[in-house]
Unconditional design. Sequence first.
Length: 506
Amino acid sequence: MATANIANASPWSWLTDQQLTALLLVVPVTLLMLIIMVNNHGMFIYTLDDPYIHIALAKQIFSGHYGINPNEFSAPSSSILWPFILAPFAVLGGAMVYVPFVLNLIFAFLTLSLLSKVLAGINPISKLLILGGFCFATNFYGLIFTGMEHSLQIYLVTLIACAVLNKEFGSKAATPAAIYLAMILLPLTRYEGLAISAPVLAYLFFLGERRAAVISTAIMLALVVSFSLFINHLGLGYLPSSVIAKTNMAGLPALIFNIISQSDKYGWVILAQLFICALYFDRKPLILMLITVTVLHTLFGRWGWFGRYEVYWLVFVGVFALHACRSCMRERHMTALFTMLPVAFATLVNSTVSVPLASAAIYNQQYSTSMIVHDLHEPVAINDLGLVALYGDQYILDLWGLGSIQALNYRKTETGVEWMSTLMKEKDVHYAIVYAEWFPEIPKNWIAVAEMRLTIPKASTASKSVFYYATDDESAKKLKTVMEQFRDRTPRGKFTLEMPVVAAVR
């Protein structure tokens, strides 16, 4: 009998949940990391410029100031919590840039551990394939390399979803305080977390946990409102500049467009969720909560920008999909379904696969720009804030507005371009580095000095070309000299620098 059991045992039966989680995390992350290091000549760079905004802000917070420039306030981070989490690590000096990556690895491991428990009892190789497909389909690995708060967001979402499953199908005991804490922290991590925290708190209130749900809701709202009052007190308005800059405030037409856009992209996911709700037909509070989450995301959420904005919702729905499939499908069918899942999420899979390309683009464009600005050692006006703010080591005028509420207000209200000249003169800035696509019209006194053009795919950068300008002949000569020196000492850079023989006023 024992011999028969041994013969029938899976060759992967030795694989524990912890080992499986480590395997799912270590192999893809290590492979992506190695390619990044090779592409970037041994330097690790995130796939977006945005995390460097958070790091620069966190360093200022550690010094007792909220903003990018030491002498003025700004709210460039779309996350309330993330810069404050990073701030204590400013003591590490230059090594601080690796902290978001390490934290994301920790949150990713914790998330995989939770997902593995949802699949308890499944054969290890099937579990490996199911979770592997799930992770690739949701850009799970790509989020780690953004250096942003999304891996924390996904962990909190998964923790909350698993707690709901346990409440509904497992223990009927009171929800642990840690889960209520997660619901409080989720909107502080990213504002769209309200689309999950609010419905789940209402769900728990309906199930009888009224005191805990009311207190948690009050704390959550108080913290969000307190932050709004704090930045408004600094003269920055009630929302971070990054949220205002990236949000269309056009009212009902924008809302309708958002619904159409979301439905066009993920309408089939909404239908799949309705099918899951049909399986839970006798659990009306649960169904109402799931539908409310999706309605809120469809109304106010977004998708895209290197596979970041929609993943929190997809993972929340996905946890219930895992449970539903685990309950009503045979293991081999479920394994086949989730192994093929990445095919249905080609855009998000592309975000994961493009991690090395995106890192290389940021390295060659944004990091190179930050080194030029550092060598220039003069105040500059820019439209992409992160690496230049972190490494530029001088005053930064953000013309796009994330780091300057004044510039943001001008850009949102002015029809001409003279406001840029006005701000630069006011701040004594003689250099501008911008995307032509973002600023098709420029002030008359700007002198074209150079164009930096990537020779590799732009991946996550907004444009392949960055244009360098000066406001007077003397500044133009200095900028051109600095850029020529940078080009000469960077022979392996995957970009070209085109500089006119004589800079002229445009």
